[in-house]
Design a protein around this ligand. Structure first.
Ligand code: MIG
Length: 818
């Protein structure tokens, strides 16, 4: 027995050596003993080959590529052999017209794009970046270095940069800690983290991208390496920022700002944006582990309609399956799923079902049989199938890094889609395994032809699972937009899915944490995110649940979810006054759907995040680097959730400019803090002066009623402000063929007049005819309104000083005179 184990270990090591990701055969480092730290020395040679520039030091080579004017990629090959250009995060390196020149002076080489200079210092190979005013934004503190490791046939790779006294750091995905990462050391290794706590690390996702902000200049670093990686933002040594990984290539993108928003947008040029979601997915979703049997599901959906609380999504957690076998149904609980789903659909509910990666080892189960016959499941390095226990019992796991497996998996959704399932929830894909936590390191992955061990594939496993799901659904659903949600992910996962923050807890602390996590995910390239409203484990009281609904109203993804052993957790479960307030906020969510949808378009098309931490509004105010509970929803609506029990008022910081209190329409000057009352019925919401906020009538679900008119809430301003409204079918991919309408509004006023202009782009024609104008905050009582040259006589100004009138959706120019 012992002998056998020993042999297996030898075999594992042998295989790892033979086929590791480092072209090990050609690798002279194979003879070197483990763990020898090496640093780059002196660049003795610079050579340009096409758009790539190489610097060498003996065997070691550094490659510099100008990707766009703002993005420069740096790679290190300790022994001169670069890895194949393959990345799950960056599907295609788009070189956007990136002109550059290579310069040389006595002390350095300079690769210079139109916006950034990359300096390679001759005496010691230090690499730094500067803008065109010669302001150094990022600089090595020691040259790039590595540790050679014969056991794995690869290197541990390190990069260490200087950290300035007042430098702040943002991004890195879902880390449950302060928004500003200064002083923290964090790890990327996807982990199932039930009931996670503040500062627990790592969690479910690995997003090796951060934004640095120093002296009002932002830059980003995207360390595209899927191995277990770490980041140190001045924790070990407050003058240094480091990142390193247990394998793979030292490859990073320097992304120039100068604004944080520029960095995020450029990051999306590399990793892509979220596709437009089906409009219904922006509504409210109700989830629980689990609603079953069918009668229970219907009790919940009927409850929504009876209580007149809008809802679009209803979820089936693992108990809908037969013995937790994916793609099967428990017919005792759900005798006729197709009938149930279509009846739910008739009441306006979309059914979302959960899917796990673990496939039960069972020779009578077709999914297992197919996977086994085609060798689709992951194998250990000794060629035995990798096995682990999860919900179904003994399981094997598809290798989602194999394109053939992804196609197979995607096709398995055929029947579910045919039954009417509208969305798929991808869970446990860190991957999570009971007991062991995850897969052993030696598990082999096909990795789209660039084979490697689980050390390399672990962090992308979940992303490739949801990719398989999304691409499969897209094929099956033809021109309809699928909805997907995933727990695990790696950079670029936003091209395939929304995410939720995982198994949080029903506590006030977790409400605060969820707020920060969603903001952080947003600036990390994951726009469509939300928390389990109410907290997954534990019991919220009515107050906490309502405060969570209020915050969740402004999460891009809004879903309540709870564990199986908790009390009932629907928006009406806590009685009054909670039910009425929950209803009011969920209704507000639906009123603002056209605004959220337009903001989503701004993300999809231009790479803006949906939630924006306050520091993105005013990155020049140092204090805002540390203000972490306020954010804007799009760029027009400022939200300050209430996250303390019994809080009746709180301080809110308003960025410079003018803001309207959403509840009272009172105007307040920004650039200062203000005290705002926070009775249970409200949270502080402020609208930026000059905004046009489009509004739909309240509906019980998306599409319940034909939209007859769109309300435009126009907030007076004495300086010019632009707003957008995006419209299309809301459920097809026609927008990819320019079948959409992007409307731009420009509002400007003085104390005698307000002007509203509209221009449009795109080929879509909405079915409604007109706008209902709601003018707020006018400093004068309107005497005359002229729209496209015609005088409008039927307008009213109420006691609340709100002026209302109607006019065509095609207007170009409206003037409101004193
Ligand atoms: O081991 O499917 O995070 O949302 O309800 C637990 C049951 C598995 C974890 C998910 C949670 C889900 C639960 N799942």
């Amino acid at each position: 027995m012992e002998d056998k184990i020993l042999n297996t270990e030898l075999l594992i090591n042998k295989l790892l050596e033979e086929e590791e990701e480092f072209h090990h055969v050609n690798n002279p480092a194979a003879d070197i003993k483990p763990v020898i730290k090496k640093y780059l020395g002196v660049p003795n040679h610079a050579e340009q080959l096409g758009n790539k520039i190489y610097f060498t030091d003996g065997d070691a080579k550094v490659e510099v590529v100008v990707v766009t004017d703002e993005i420069i990629r740096v790679r290190l090959a300790p022994h001169g052999v670069f890895l194949d250009e393959f990345s799950y995060a960056v599907p295609k390196l788009v070189h956007k017209d990136a002109a550059f020149i290579l310069l040389e002076n006595e002390s350095e080489y300079i690769v210079s794009s139109r916006v950034v200079n990359c300096h390679i210092r001759k005496k010691d190979f230090f690499i730094s970046f500067s803008d065109k005013k010669n302001h150094i934004t990022s600089a090595d503190a020691v040259p790039m270095h590595w540790e050679e490791n014969v056991k794995f046939g690869g290197y541990y790779v390190f990069c260490t940069k200087t950290c300035a006294t007042e430098e702040s750091f943002f991004g890195l995905g879902d880390k449950p800690t302060e928004l500003n990462l200064r002083g923290k050391r964090l790890k990327n290794w996807n982990t199932d983290a039930y009931s996670f706590a503040w500062n627990q690390d790592p969690l479910y996702r690995s997003i090796p991208f951060y934004i640095s902000l120093n002296d009002n200049i932002a830059h980003g670093i995207f360390f595209d390496n899927t191995f277990k990686a770490q980041f140190d933002f001045g924790a070990e040594d407050k003058t240094k920022t480091s990142f390193w990984a247990d394998g793979g290539e030292l490859q990073y993108y320097y992304i120039h700002g100068p604004h944080m928003m520029d960095v995020v947008k450029s990051y999306h040029i590399l990793t892509g944006t979220h596709p437009m979601p089906p409009l219904w997915a922006l509504g409210y979703h109700q989830c629980r582990w689990s609603y079953y049997p069918e009668a229970k599901v219907r009790k919940i959906t009927t409850g929504f309609r009876e209580n007149k609380i809008p809802c679009d999504g209803i979820y089936l957690d693992i108990d809908y399956m037969d013995g937790y076998r994916c793609f099967t149904w428990n017919r005792k609980y759900f005798p006729d799923p197709k009938k149930m789903i279509s009846e739910l659909a008739a009441e306006g509910f979309k059914t979302v079902v959960i899917i796990d990666p673990g496939i039960r080892v069972d020779d009578n189960y077709s999914v297992f049989k197919e996977g086994k016959a085609n060798r689709y499941f992951c194998r250990r390095s000794d060629d035995y199938f990798m096995e682990g226990h999860v919900w179904p019992g003994r399981c094997q796991f598809p290798d989602f890094t194999n394109p053939e497996v992804r196609t197979w998996w995607g096709g398995l959704f055929d029947e579910l889609v045919e039954m009417g399932v509208a969305g798929v929830w991808n869970d446990m894909n860190e991957p999570a395994v009971f007991g062991a936590g995850t897969f052993p390191d030696d598990v082999r992955h096909q990795y789209d032809g660039f084979r490697g061990s689980h050390r390399k594939a672990h962090n992308v496993y979940g992303m490739q699972m949801v990719r398989a799901t999304y691409e499969g659904l897209r094929t099956i659903m033809k021109n309809k937009r699928p909805f997907t949600i995933t727990r695990a992910g790696y950079s670029g996962v936003q091209r395939y899915s929304s995410v939720w923050t995982g198994d949080n807890v029903a506590s006030w602390e977790h409400l605060q944490l969820g707020n920060i996590q969603c903001q952080r995910l947003s600036v990390s390239g994951i726009p469509f995110c939300g928390t389990d409203i109410g907290g997954f484990s534990g019991e919220p009281d009515g107050e906490l649940f309502t405060r969570w609904i209020q915050m969740g109203t402004f999460s891009p993804f809004m879903r309540a979810h709870s564990a199986g052993d908790t009390k009932e957790r629907e928006p009406w479960s806590f009685g009054e006054p909670y039910t009425a307030i929950n209803r009011k906020f969920i209704e507000l969510r639906y009123r603002l759907i056209p605004y959220l949808y337009s903001t989503f378009w701004e993300h999809h098309r231009y790479g803006f995040p949906i939630l924006r931490p306050i520091v993105m509004q005013e990155q020049d105010v140092l204090l805002n680097h540390f203000r972490q509970d306020e954010f804007t929803y799009g760029d027009k609506i400022l939200i300050c959730p209430v996250m303390q029990p019994g809080q009746t008022s709180r301080k809110v910081y308003l960025p410079k400019g003018k803001w309207y209190n959403f509840w009272t329409n009172e105007m307040a000057d920004g650039g200062q803090e203000t005290m705002v009352a926070t009775p249970l019925e409200t949270i502080p919401i402020f609208i930026k002066a000059g905004s046009v906020i489009p509004e739909y009538p309240v509906m019980q679900y998306i599409g319940e009623k034909e939209i007859e008119e769109v309300k435009l809430n126009i907030y007076y301003s004495d300086y010019e402000v632009n707003s957008f409204l995006f419209e299309d079918y809301g459920e097809t991919f026609a927008y990819e063929q320019d079948i959409y309408l992007e409307k731009k509004f420009v509002v400007n006023g003085d104390n005698k007049k307000l002007t509203i202009q509209q221009s449009m782009e795109g080929l879509y024609t909405p079915r409604y005819e007109g706008y209902h104008f709601n003018l707020l905050g006018l400093p004068f009582k309107p005497g005359k309104i002229v729209a496209d040259g015609k005088e409008i006589t039927s307008f009213t100004t109420g006691k609340d000083k709100v002026t209302e009138f109607k006019f065509s959706k095609n207007f170009k120019h409206i003037e409101i005179y004193k």
